[in-house]
Design a protein. Structure first.
Length: 299
């Protein structure tokens, strides 16, 4: 039962246990990780094209995506508003000139285009394309190893995580409320609760959650998880400037795991440099949880 869990966690742990503070190595890992994400998402698109009853399955993907995204985000935002009422985040920063949110949204949608490209190629149904699913499994193991290296290379320690209480508290609130949203989505969609919990465990890291979910639950649920987390990131990019002044915890929590990388520039410009430590801790905690939780719920 837990062989799949071990298969997913082993390369992640091995990568995390290999210390490397060489900036050139870390840059190389980040670059290679980006390419591996493109490759595996391309394979995911090919696998999607081989589904039976393709039209109805595509409708199911977007139905699962919209329901789960709505349930998870509503639970997240309600819990974060409650946190703000109980523990306000005092600050005196004024919003600065923001980077182009349209450009950042297009960067996110580029990965969506890779899935579509793989899907269109898969519609050719060439015999060699049937091996895409098997090839993606081996590529996934390597990608998880790189994710472990990347998390270790971020330089975050347990002491640093515990010292920044705001980032850790927001991450815990996002985690707990997302699990509640996953259960609600599963009940609405008629899915097993473990599937709903796994879909809620992506925290916006769509490039990893979609891949892991596809390997564990098949291309329909995997694609739904991918679009669910992609939608979260796009909403974060658009809503951070509107939320940051009066709902600082909500703005940070909406970013999910991406607060330590992709959405960090928007958070910094909107919320000032004081939000950066909390954003990095928040993103690190959730990024660490993503592969562990998905592996656990898919076991």
């Amino acid at each position: 039962m837990y062989s799949g869990l071990l298969t997913i966690l082993l390369p992640l742990i091995v990568g995390y246990l290999l210390p490397s503070k060489n900036p050139a190595v870390i840059r190389g890992v980040n670059r290679l990780l980006g390419w591996m994400v493109y490759i595996i998402l391309f394979f995911m698109g090919i696998s999607l094209a081989f589904l039976d009853n393709l039209g109805s399955n595509l409708l199911a993907i977007f139905h699962y995506c919209l329901v789960s995204a709505a349930a998870i985000l509503v639970c997240n935002l309600l819990a974060l508003r409650l946190l703000e009422a109980r523990r306000p985040w005092q600050h005196a920063h004024r919003t600065q000139l923001l980077p182009s949110r349209v450009h950042m949204a297009l960067e996110s949608l580029r990965l969506c285009g890779v899935v579509i490209a793989g899907f269109l190629l898969g519609l050719c149904h060439w015999p060699v394309l049937k091996f895409a699913s098997q090839a993606s499994e081996y590529a996934l193991l390597f990608l998880l190893f790189l994710v472990g290296l990347q998390l270790r290379g971020s330089g975050m320690t347990l002491r640093q995580t515990l010292l920044n209480r705001r980032g850790t508290i927001v991450a815990i609130v996002v985690f707990v409320s997302a699990m509640a949203g996953g259960v609600i989505a599963a009940l609405i969609l008629g899915l097993p609760v473990k599937t709903g919990l796994a879909m809620a465990s992506g925290f916006g890291w769509y490039s990893l959650s979609g891949i892991l979910m596809t390997e564990s639950f098949g291309p329909i649920i995997g694609s739904a998880a991918f679009f669910n987390d992609l939608l979260r990131e796009l909403l974060a990019i658009m809503l951070i400037p509107a939320l940051i002044a009066h709902h600082r915890s909500s703005a940070l929590g909406l970013c999910g795991a991406t607060s330590m990388d992709f959405t960090l520039p928007v958070l910094q410009r909107s919320g000032g440099s004081e939000i950066v430590p909390a954003a990095i801790v928040h993103g690190f905690v959730l990024s660490l949880l993503v592969p562990v939780l998905i592996a656990f719920f898919s076991a």
